[in-house]
Design a protein around this ligand. Structure first.
Ligand code: ADP
Ligand code: ZN
Ligand code: ZN
Length: 662
């Protein structure tokens, strides 16, 4: 009897057996349409079998095996199986996620004919290549000369020529007829890089992949990767699932970036999956960053990863000068220090650009009525509504709820409502008033809410059509602003004492990145950091451009506290109509875990920091171990119990392995 075992997109950790009289070995990895319940579903054939543990009479027959594209290779299935195991997610949910939506639905895009002239061997680039600096040349040689699996950390500040190193290594891969995969943090970045890659490899077939693309384009890219026509795949985290039969090199640029970790559904880390994949294929993987994640830096320190350092900038010869502005004894003007205001004026006089960095969008974090104590709260979340004066709205940054700004206090009728705190819009308003002749441009997720608007803003900055930029971390990433010579960071202190142990790491990375925007051309850059903690080691390390010292410092603290990378964590989260129900579920899950927890610490269920989101109350339960295998074994046994349990109505839960957010 011919039976196929099918991975279906269902929240059940098992495969589904169907009769398939005509099926053979070559159908493993093919999509298949099967009857399920009263309808049809499309899944992926994972195995063949001759007998089923379900009674034969109940087995249904497949509707159709889709043989219209090559089967997904065994490696790809193994990758999905790894993710299912590691992230404790049903295999069908993983395969479904890893496929572009169109293919997932059993459809196929219309393919474009490859141009007749395209050849597999790349022709030399039309552009002249820069002569590599010694450190770059050494890095390229190490990557190109690496036979077999190795994780390599390419550590260098912005402008140190990391991208140039990737491109040389990719060039070598193409020359050997291989495929290269390059992962980048977010959609906003890819157009620049796409242009650079296309210019460098005009004859190569480059496929881009990100979730902002149209359905057909994504599916086409996937098939081109699968059939081997794509030579370079450049994309955001989801492209780590691209099938690439001749993959020889993986690059993860800005490897520390949090966007590599998906925060819903399959909660995977594309960087970690990339490393597993490189191991599976026995190929090198290059992680690039100016501020590596502490996990990565730790492994480079122990020699598990190979460290490749780029100590100098390729273009500007000097790093920006970082100065700390002590604001403890100063009366700030709308949040800005005299030193920063003087600096801004100086850049205006010289016709140079400045950037004021504040990682909080909106006008003010909350609107309040001081006489009666009313404040703008979201009705659905345990959070304040943020005042957006630009369009007169109050908005919840967590659930998207919005309302008109009230004319008077809803509780007492007072018309003098006051904004508290400061966001980018408020800074913008203040700067416009203060420097009437300056062209002030605000860049955040509100002003650049589409890729198109973002491109327009970037072009304006490049064309020198702005004097002062006000922006969030959106501005911090991978853009080269040749006229920018001053960066002022305000409101950074909040992250120093945040409850999340990763907050300092993120702050350091952001400030380093945002500082790296300045002084890239022949104009030296200056960074001013306003703070009430001028002696904080994090800021001192920034002044000295000493990432290694900062990282070592943090690692020492984490070792003492037993935090990652010195321990391994997973978080069980639950949401329900009442906090009691969420916490009860977690308490029961904890009880179920107790007999299984060998070498694993179970913490107590607690409400999440954002306790209520979209009217649901949320709780969490942290589990931790000094051993990853012990944690993995425990999670597998625990999840089996939880999946077998009947869930109370209205309760939802998920597990987050290696959680980044607390
Ligand atoms: P990163 O990726 O580290 O920010 P890039 O590779 O983008 O650095 O390099 C920064 C700039 O310096 C780019 O414009 C690049 O073309 C140029 N560049 C890189 N390497 C060299 C080199 N060896 N000589 C001259 N220019 C270089
Ligand atoms: Zn809300
Ligand atoms: Zn009031």
């Amino acid at each position: 009897m011919n039976i196929v075992r099918v991975a279906l997109d269902l929240p059940l950790p098992r495969l589904f057996d169907y009769l398939a009289p005509g099926a053979g070995e070559s159908d493993i990895g093919r999509r298949v349409t099967v009857p399920f319940g009263t309808g049809l579903r499309t899944g992926v054939i994972v195995e063949l079998a001759t007998a089923s543990d379900q009674p034969d009479a109940r087995l249904k027959e497949v509707v159709a095996i889709l043989r219209d594209m090559p089967a997904l290779p065994a490696e790809w299935l193994a990758l999905c199986e790894f993710c299912a195991r590691y992230y404790q997610t049903p295999l069908g949910e993983v395969t479904s996620f890893a496929l572009p939506p169109m293919l997932r639905r059993g459809k196929l895009p219309r393919m474009k004919k490859p141009p007749a002239s395209s050849s597999a061997v790349p022709s030399p680039p039309a552009i002249e290549l820069p002569r590599l600096m010694a450190a770059q040349a050494a890095a390229v040689a190490a990557i190109v000369g690496q036979a077999g699996f190795q994780v390599m950390l390419l550590h260098g500040v912005t402008g140190s020529g990391k991208t140039e190193v990737y491109l040389r290594a990719i060039d070598a891969v193409l020359a050997h007829g291989g495929q290269a995969l390059m992962l980048v943090p977010e959609i906003a970045l890819t157009p620049q890089l796409e242009g650079r890659v296309a210019a460098r490899f005009p004859a190569a077939h480059v496929v881009c992949a990100n979730s902002g693309m149209g359905d057909a384009a994504r599916a086409r890219g996937f098939i081109e990767a699968l059939t081997g026509r794509a030579q370079i795949v450049l994309g955001t985290r989801l492209s780590v699932f691209m099938p690439l039969p001749r993959l020889q090199l993986i690059v993860v640029d800005e490897e520390h970036d949090a966007s590599f970790k998906q925060q819903e559904g399959l909660r995977y880390s594309a960087r970690d999956v990339a490393i597993w994949r490189a191991h599976q294929l026995n190929i090198p993987v290059v992680l690039g960053s100016a501020t590596p994640s502490l996990e990565t830096f730790h492994h480079a320190g122990t020699g598990r990863y190979q460290m490749l350092e780029l100590p100098e900038r390729a273009v500007a010869d000097a790093m920006p000068v970082v100065r700390i502005v002590d604001t403890r004894r100063e009366k700030l003007q709308e949040g800005l220090s005299a030193a920063l205001l003087v600096g801004l004026q100086l850049r205006l006089d010289r016709g140079e650009q400045s950037l004021v960095f504040l990682n909080r969008r909106g006008y003010a974090p909350v609107l309040a009525c001081p006489p009666c104590g009313w404040i703008s709260r979201c009705q659905r979340c345990a959070a304040n509504l943020v005042l957006h004066l630009a369009d007169g709205r109050l908005r919840c940054h967590h659930c998207g709820f919005e309302a008109r700004v009230p004319r008077a206090c809803p509780d007492c009728g007072n018309v003098d409502l006051l904004p508290f705190g400061r966001g980018t819009q408020r800074l913008e308003t203040m700067l416009v008033e203060r420097f009437p002749s300056a062209r002030v441009l605000r860049i955040d997720r509100d002003s650049a809410n589409t890729p198109k608007k973002w491109q327009v803003l970037l072009a304006a900055i490049h064309a020198g059509e702005a004097d002062i930029l006000v922006g969030t971390q959106m501005l911090a990433k991978g853009h080269d602003f040749p006229l920018l010579t001053l960066v002022g960071a305000v409101g950074a202190d909040a992250a120093l004492f945040a409850a999340d142990f990763r907050a300092p790491e993120r702050l350091f990375a952001q400030l380093m990145q945002v500082g790296g925007r300045s002084g890239r051309a022949d104009l030296p850059g200056e960074v001013l950091i306003q703070t009430e903690y001028p002696d904080h080691p994090l800021y001192r390390a920034l002044v000295d451009h000493d990432y290694a010292r900062f990282a070592q410092n943090q690692l020492d603290e984490r070792r003492i506290a037993g935090f990652p990378p010195f321990s391994f964590q997973a978080m069980l989260r639950a949401e329900a109509r009442s906090m009691e129900q969420a916490l009860d579920f977690l308490a029961a899950a904890r009880k179920a875990a107790e007999p299984l927890a060998d070498g694993v610490t179970l913490y107590d269920p607690v409400p999440m920091r954002l306790q209520r989101l979209m009217t649901l109350e949320r709780g969490q339960l942290l589990v931790e171990s000094l051993s990853r295998p012990a944690l993995q074994a425990f999670l597998a046994a625990w999840m089996e119990k939880l999946y077998a349990q009947k869930m109370p109505a209205g309760l939802r839960w998920h597990l987050d392995v290696d959680p980044l957010e607390f």
